[in-house]
Design a protein around this ligand. Sequence first.
Ligand code: TRP
Length: 339
Amino acid sequence: MAEFTKDRKTIFSGAQPSGNLTIGNYLGALKNWQLLQDDYNCIYCVVDMHAITVRQTPAELRKRSLETLAVYMACGIDPAKVVFFIQSHVPGHTQLSWVLSCSTMFGELSRMTQFKDKSAKHADNINAGLFTYPVLMAADILLYNADLVPVGSDQKQHIELARDIAQRFNQAYSPTFTVPEGYISKSSARIMSLSDPERKMSKSDPNPQSFVSILDPKDEIIKKFKRAVTDSESIVRLDPNRPGISNLINIYCAFTSKTPEECEKEFEGRGYGDFKLAVGEACADTLTKIQDKYNTYISDKAQLDKILSEGAAQANYIANKTISKVYRKVGFYAKPEVK
Ligand code: TRP
């Protein structure tokens, strides 16, 4: 069980439950989360309540929540160092979300670009949860008084809103919440789609050729890189005007810990074919090791359940303290303890 100390800052981050996490998630987030666990009090949450803002197949969602834990552990996240739990196991998230929604303006939520994007994408299901999603996210973060929130740059606007809500609440009711900061690591690579390198790699892309999942088999990985969209030149060099090859160089460097210069030198005078194969091999090397661990973890459900149960207990302990404080500050009459 994770033991937190007062001299360390608190980190909170949330992950959508998807067994289909991609190398974009791995290189952009998971790898960093693993590094952070030694220096911070880390709380990592599988946000199943956020997930149902778009339609889910219930059996899939249930299965993926557990798989997410196993993938995270396979990527080096250690439940002995971090608190890892499922959002729906901690009622404080929705309790705080309601209170915070009364300190969030309709106009603010209307301006969220992710809401606009998702409403366009799911035009037949623009539900109120999709609209208030950022309030639940603010609640996730503020509930634990997190100092830092590691996220991708697409979540910046949501973090800004969480800060605004925290400040507004603190001003109205006296200091209560830590005002969190986004933590967008410099080293975290931004991995682009293999079929359209101008767009971010996404696990929900309908074209499976566009992303590599952490759990893809080796031959699949090699094939996907072979087919990755590049350009008609054949010089392996980082160039903002050639996003395809630049993306592959970034991926190669991230998996081999080489610099772009080293990579350019290594493949000088060799064509894209050679290079694409090398990227596939480097990626598959790392992923095969992760997959071996994943298979071990996922086959021990009792152990995963134990981790989730302990994680939820620790999270609930912190969350309940915040909820009592918040309920008192907004003027809710305390539930009488009549013996
Ligand atoms: N919205 C985040 C995403 O889609 C997931 C998330 C939910 C989150 N709650 C959070 C991230 C709290 C950081 C902190 O990636």
